[in-house]
Design a protein around this ligand. Structure first.
Ligand code: UDP
Length: 398
């Protein structure tokens, strides 16, 4: 019979030390049996799904009873919620009464199908936000917003406030995303699970096999961005920066992207990017092959995450964990992940990104040095245990 196993807190000991493991174990022991429900809107393809998946398992391994429920929605529901997502990050929106009706009705239907007898409810992002309207509140409800709220569209923010204000606490990824609202706001940056196939160490042979499977040649240094096909990830800016850099240096660009079930914009963006393809620019989608993500992040000479808005770049932390220097957009959470010029570079324009690509590709020592510091940054600050402990503290406080 197969031996199934989930990561245990002890597995982290070599990375975070025995004292921290023991402290977390004690905090969790106090909360044994605590029933926590998480709601979000996609079971794969986004950083949110990725972290809920690992965090719920780790909490359960410590004796909490943590569930993960994904709301069901129609195509028009997800088209509307993606517009709201974009509006919360600063885009314009036409918030018609029909859109509001579809949004609110789908969430009501989800509430009819979901029975809650929990000690905590955590609602992730705007899609399931109105759930709180439909339950007799018997426990603390937490809204966990993963978006870059630095410049939200005022009309959308005002519309969503009626639900936000009913929550008992709000968790944001950066202090800059704080806004006026009733619930107390806490800052917690997401974190990565170092034991998944996406993040554990792969052998050279495994990496070669994955790259060969997708016909990604290894003859030139790789510049890689891995992201949902989303305008905020600025894939066009990455292609432009790469084209500028290529005038000075030989390399190959791989843009790998996926489609989350709650993000209908991806298909069009992917199709428009295909026109940029050439022998040096590969635009790929892999159906979420996590070993390929790992292989690319590990083998890349440089990883890009040239986002124009970013709550927190899980891809940034993933690549840094593999000792690969990252060039990130000087936005949102990325500014707390990358210390410019120390463990990577922060950029604010295509020209700057191109210049940093050239700089890193021409200097192996710089890449090695930044990569080493990048991995250490993640070990210290962006492993799942830190995020877990912050949740335990919040449960305890509430
Ligand atoms: N991802 C993936 N395959 C892809 C593109 C992205 O597995 O083709 C993963 C990526 O590795 C990361 C998550 O999706 O774990 C994206 O998280 P991030 O916080 O960077 O961005 P989000 O999509 O949540 O805005």
């Amino acid at each position: 019979m197969a031996h199934y196993r989930i990561t245990q807190i002890d597995d982290y000991e070599p990375l975070i030390g025995q004292e921290t493991v023991e402290r977390i174990r004690q905090k969790a022991a106090k909360l044994k049996g605590l029933r926590v429900a998480n709601f979000n809107s996609t079971y794969y393809g986004s950083g949110v799904a990725e972290t809920i998946s690992s965090l719920t398992l780790l909490m359960n391994s410590l004796g909490l009873r943590t569930e993960w429920r994904v709301i069901q929605g129609t195509a028009d529901f997800f088209s509307i919620t993606k517009k709201m997502h974009n509006a919360l990050q600063g885009a314009k929106i036409n918030l018609s009464s029909i859109k509001k009706e579809i949004f609110e009705q789908v969430i009501y239907e989800n509430s009819v199908r979901n029975f809650l007898e929990h000690d905590f409810v955590i609602v992730h992002d705007p899609q399931p936000l109105p759930l709180i309207d439909h339950y007799k509140k018997k426990c603390p409800w937490i809204w966990r917003c993963h978006l870059d709220l630095s410049r939200p569209n005022a009309e959308t923010w005002k519309y969503l406030r009626r639900w936000i204000d009913q929550y008992d606490a709000v968790i944001l990824s950066c202090k800059e995303f704080a806004h006026e609202m009733n619930p107390p706001q806490r800052v917690m940056m997401p974190a990565i699970d170092p034991f998944t196939i996406k993040n554990r160490e792969l052998s050279d042979q495994e990496i070669n096999e994955r790259l060969a499977h997708y016909e990604i040649p290894s003859d030139l240094p790789l510049v890689v961005q891995i992201s949902r096909f989303d305008p905020w990830k600025d894939p066009n800016g990455v292609v432009e920066a790469f084209k500028l850099a290529r005038k000075k240096i030989e390399a190959r660009l791989v843009l790998l992207g996926n489609f989350a079930t709650d993000d209908p914009e991806g298909e069009d963006i992917f199709n428009s990017l295909r026109a940029c393809r050439d022998e040096r620019i590969l635009i790929l989608t892999s159906g979420d092959d996590t070993a390929l993500v790992n292989a690319l992040q590990t083998r890349a000479a440089v990883v890009m995450q040239k986002s124009l808005r970013e709550g927190f770049g899980l891809t940034v932390a993933e690549a840094m964990w593999k000792g690969t220097p990252v060039i990130g957009g000087n936005e949102g959470g990325i500014r707390y992940q990358i210390k410019n010029g120390v463990n990577g570079f922060l950029v604010s324009s295509v020209a700057e990104a191109a210049q940093r690509i050239v700089e890193l590709l021409s200097d192996k020592n710089l890449r090695d040095e930044m990569g080493r510091k990048a991995r250490e940054t993640v070990r210290r600050s962006f492993l799942l245990t830190r995020y877990l402990e912050q949740h335990l503290d919040l449960f305890d406080a509430l």
